[in-house]
Design a protein around this ligand. Sequence first.
Ligand SMILES: [Fe+2]
Length: 208
Amino acid sequence: MGEINRREFIKSAAIGGAVLGIAGVNLHDPLKASASGKYDIGQCKSVRVKCVSELGRLEQLQIGEINKLYEGCAAVAFDLPIVIRVRGEQSLYFNVKDKGLVCVTGCCHQNILTTAEFVRQKIAGGEKLYGVYGGLHIAPFGPLQEEGEKIVKGMAKFNFQKVACNHCTGLPAVQKMIDLGYPVVQGSGRYGSKSKLYVGNGDEVIFA
Ligand SMILES: [Fe+2]
């Protein structure tokens, strides 16, 4: 497998309101764990994420393997049922120099606590989580239930410095995060997004 040019990667990764897809990229061989049991994905200077709607070819990843895409960026697939005939979910991890790890979750059916714990345990530097971007899938269709509330409260221990969540997080979950004093990034409420309280369609977030 060959390396991917960062510019080419940006053309290939699409993040919709709730879904992350990596299409047509040439992945590195999966990383090998270091002596500490963690994976060193390198460092990048910054990450800029824009919420768009795209369709593309899906690149299948081996479950649980850490695929370094370019310096400071890796992709991981989780295995779990999503909806009928759809299984598994991809996510991206960026190690931003002097800041910490950023999780780009996709639709986050595995839930943000599982994701954050994965980073802490598997990726070098993961004990310092800087930010999260993505649909967090906590209350996508209605009020915040007990399980969802547990997830929101559980996020506190990871001490994210920037929480940029979009649609499938659910407005009640976002409101709860704001009530708890989490650093939630607000959006513009454009292009059909329901609220300015969260990052929506066409909004861009920079982790730097
Ligand atoms: Fe979701």
